[in-house]
Design a protein around this ligand. Structure first.
Ligand code: SAH
Length: 341
């Protein structure tokens, strides 16, 4: 089946021409896709026979909402979505003062193996197509009737391990003839694939790069993130420096605080030393406990002290405000729970 939702307008026009239709039909299909239709029969300005032909050969890669959890505290919505082949991912819709933000998944499962993370426990099933990442935004718009102004690629999966599809998604969602979300309103989070960070830098996209650092030394990082065996922290931070030099963008470092593992005063001091003089912002997140991992989150005092040490040393740091805490909004635990059930 031809995946129409992964196509930019010019590709859709080309496709329609290849099928013997006039090029402008491609633009019409693109408009319907942007509106979020789920069936070719809804594309009412196309002749009926054309809609029927398209339905036979093409797919709109739509997702079904399998479960929907709504936070009573802040209205955050977590969706468990199912794609055409029955594979499932999670998508989170968050309301902020500055607009609505959607956290999208980029893969079904993950092969990075971070020890504290629920998404990686069953390994990688497959990468999502560009259309399936875009569909997560469209589902949120359809279901809530609200607009989306920000996107974070922080759901299930390692975006840079699905590089081509993720890049295509970024180009699609940014296209002003379509959904039109500015690159400055998009953040991509990676566990630190150095070769891909260097590649991404060349695309000159203007998105924010978030790097899941989680430790100030190779010794600790290796205990919790297998990727640290491939690239050392020095190599990673060098690539981040190259990225921010090339794009003039500040790097956002994620730091999940795990009690007794990476939350000591010494860790904070070493982290400050490593980041000194770089364009950086550190997000401290008390780790979410995942039944299988056995890790516990640092207590509030420890987190605050850690944050103070970074700031005293001139490193911008914030303790992440958590939305949807009553619906377990983070971490791939919903997909995982449903698999076991
Ligand atoms: N693979 C990408 C993006 C997905 S995870 C990455 O590693 O960055 C999004 C963020 O959630 C990452 O910073 C990840 O390390 C973090 N995370 C995963 N499990 C967590 C947990 N149990 N508690 C807190 N943060 C977690």
């Amino acid at each position: 089946m031809t995946d129409l939702k992964s196509m930019l307008p010019e590709e859709l026009c080309e496709y329609m021409v290849s099928k013997g239709y006039p090029s402008f039909r491609g633009k019409q299909v693109y408009e319907w896709i942007t509106k979020g239709v789920t069936d070719f029969s809804e594309m009412v300005n196309l002749p009926k026979s054309m809609r029927e032909d398209l339905a036979l050969e093409c797919t709109l890669s739509c997702a079904k909402i399998v479960r929907k959890l709504v936070s009573k505290i802040d209205g955050t919505i977590k969706y468990l979505l199912e794609f055409e082949d029955g594979e499932r991912v999670e998508t989170v819709f968050m309301r902020y003062k500055h607009g609505n933000s959607v956290c999208v998944s980029t893969q079904v499962g993950c092969r990075m193996g971070c020890r504290f993370c629920a998404s990686t426990i069953g390994g990688l099933v497959r990468g999502l197509k560009a259309s399936e990442i875009l569909e997560q935004i469209l589902v949120c718009r359809r279901d809530t009737g609200e607009d989306v102004s920000n996107i974070v690629l922080m759901g299930i999966g390692e975006p840079l391990d699905n590089y081509e599809n993720v890049l295509k998604f970024l180009r699609l969602v940014n296209d002003e003839r379509g959904v039109g979300i500015g690159m400055r309103h998009i953040s991509l989070s990676t566990c630190g694939l150095v070769d891909k960070i260097d590649k991404l830098k060349e695309e000159k996209l203007g998105i924010t790069l978030s790097v899941s650092l989680h430790a100030p030394s190779d010794e600790i990082r290796k205990q919790i993130m297998p990727i640290a065996n491939k690239w050392g922290i020095d190599e990673l931070l060098e690539s981040c420096k190259r990225y921010s030099n090339a794009t003039s963008r500040r790097i956002s470092y994620e730091y999940a605080m795990i009690s007794g593992v990476n939350d000591s005063k010494e860790c904070a001091e070493l982290l400050a030393k490593r980041l000194k003089g770089t364009l950086a912002h550190v997000n401290l997140i008390p780790v979410n406990s995942v039944t299988e991992t056995g890790y516990k989150k640092s207590d509030a005092n420890t987190v605050k002290n850690f944050c103070d040490i970074l700031e005293k040393n001139g490193i911008a740091a914030t303790v992440r405000r958590k939305l949807g805490s009553d619906i377990n909004a983070s971490c791939g635990q919903l997909r995982r729970g449903e698999q076991k059930a």
